[in-house]
Ligand binder design. Structure first.
Ligand SMILES: Nc1ncnc2c1ncn2[C@@H]1O[C@H](COP(=O)(O)OP(=O)(O)OP(=O)(O)O)[C@@H](O)[C@H]1O
Ligand SMILES: [Mg+2]
Length: 235
C-alpha cells in the first residue's frame, strides 16, 4: 500500500467519535457536493444541474467554497490574496476553509435543507480531506475532527467527483486567461496526482455517497451521467 492509501485508510478506518454540534432543525432537502481538481468541470456541471433541477420545479441553492456568506467571502479573500503571495501553512489553510464552511452550513445550507431545497456545493469537506489531509500530509485525525466539527451533522447526501488526469485539468485552467497566474501553476504535478488519487480512494471508502464521473467526456455526456446519479440516489 502506498503512502496516500495508508493516509486514507487512517482517515476512514479510525473514525473518531467526537461530540458533533447538532443542528436543531429537521432536514428534508438534499445536499449534493461537487469535488475534483481544478479545471475538472465542477462549475460547468453545477450550472447545468441547477438549471435541470429548476426546470422540474425544485428550489436550488448553489454555494461555493470558501465563500457564500459575508464572513466566508472575507476568508476567501485571505486565501485567494495569499495564493499570489507568501506560502500559507497547511494548518492555517485547513482552519480557514473549515471556518468558512462552518459559517455557510449554519447561515445558508442548513436553512435551505430545512425548506426542502437542493443545495449544490462547489466543494465541501472532502476537499479538506484530500487537499490538506492527503496532498499536504496533515495528520488525518485532526483533519477529520475539524471537518466534523465544522459541518455539524450536515453531510452531503451525494458527492460527485469529476475525475480528470492532472494534465487535462491544468490545460483547461491555462486556457482561462482570467485565472493566470493561478495557484495551480505553482503547485507541482505530483501534488495534483495525489489529489486525484485521494478522491478516488475516498470514493472507494464511501461508495454509497461518492460517485466518480469521467471528466474527460463531453460536457453533455457528463451532464447525463450526473443526472442519472442524482435521480437514482435522491429519488
Ligand atoms: N467536459 C468538458 N470537456 C472539455 N472542456 C470542459 C468540460 N467541462 C468544462 N470544460 C471547460 O474546462 C474549463 C474548466 O471548467 P470548470 O470551470 O467548470 O472547472 P472547475 O472544476 O469548476 O474548475 P475550478 O476548480 O478551477 O473552479 C472551462 O473552460 C470549461 O469550459
Ligand atoms: Mg469552478
Amino acid at each position: 500500500m502506498n503512502l496516500v492509501a495508508e493516509i486514507c485508510r487512517d482517515i476512514f478506518v479510525r473514525t473518531v467519535i467526537i461530540p458533533i454540534m447538532p443542528l436543531k432543525s429537521k432536514i428534508t432537502g438534499k445536499l449534493i457536493s461537487f469535488e475534483g481538481s481544478e479545471g475538472s468541470g465542477k462549475s460547468t456541471q453545477i450550472a447545468r444541474l441547477a438549471e435541470h433541477l429548476q426546470q422540474i420545479g425544485r428550489e436550488v441553492i448553489a454555494t461555493r467554497e470558501p465563500g457564500g456568506t459575508e464572513i466566508g467571502e472575507q476568508i476567501r479573500n485571505i486565501i485567494v490574496h495569499n495564493s499570489k503571495g507568501d506560502e500559507m501553512c497547511a494548518e492555517t489553510e485547513l482552519l480557514l476553509f473549515a471556518a468558512a464552511r462552518a459559517q455557510v452550513v449554519r447561515e445558508v445550507i442548513a436553512p435551505a435543507l430545512t425548506r426542502g431545497a437542493i443545495v449544490l456545493s462547489d466543494r465541501f469537506l472532502d476537499s479538506s480531506t484530500v487537499y490538506q489531509g492527503i496532498a499536504r500530509n496533515l495528520a488525518p485525525d485532526p483533519v477529520n475532527q475539524i471537518n466534523r466539527f465544522a459541518v455539524g451533522n450536515v453531510m452531503p447526501h451525494l458527492t460527485i467527483v469529476i475525475d480528470v488526469p492532472t494534465e487535462v485539468g491544468l490545460a483547461r485552467v491555462r486556457q482561462r486567461a482570467s485565472d493566470l497566474p493561478d495557484r495551480m501553476e505553482r503547485e507541482n504535478i505530483e501534488f495534483y496526482d495525489k489529489v486525484r488519487e485521494g478522491y478516488l480512494l475516498l470514493a472507494q471508502q464511501w461508495p454509497e455517497r461518492v460517485v466518480v464521473i469521467d471528466g474527460t467526456k463531453t460536457a453533455d455526456a457528463i451532464e447525463k451521467k450526473i443526472w442519472t446519479a442524482v435521480s437514482d440516489r435522491l429519488g
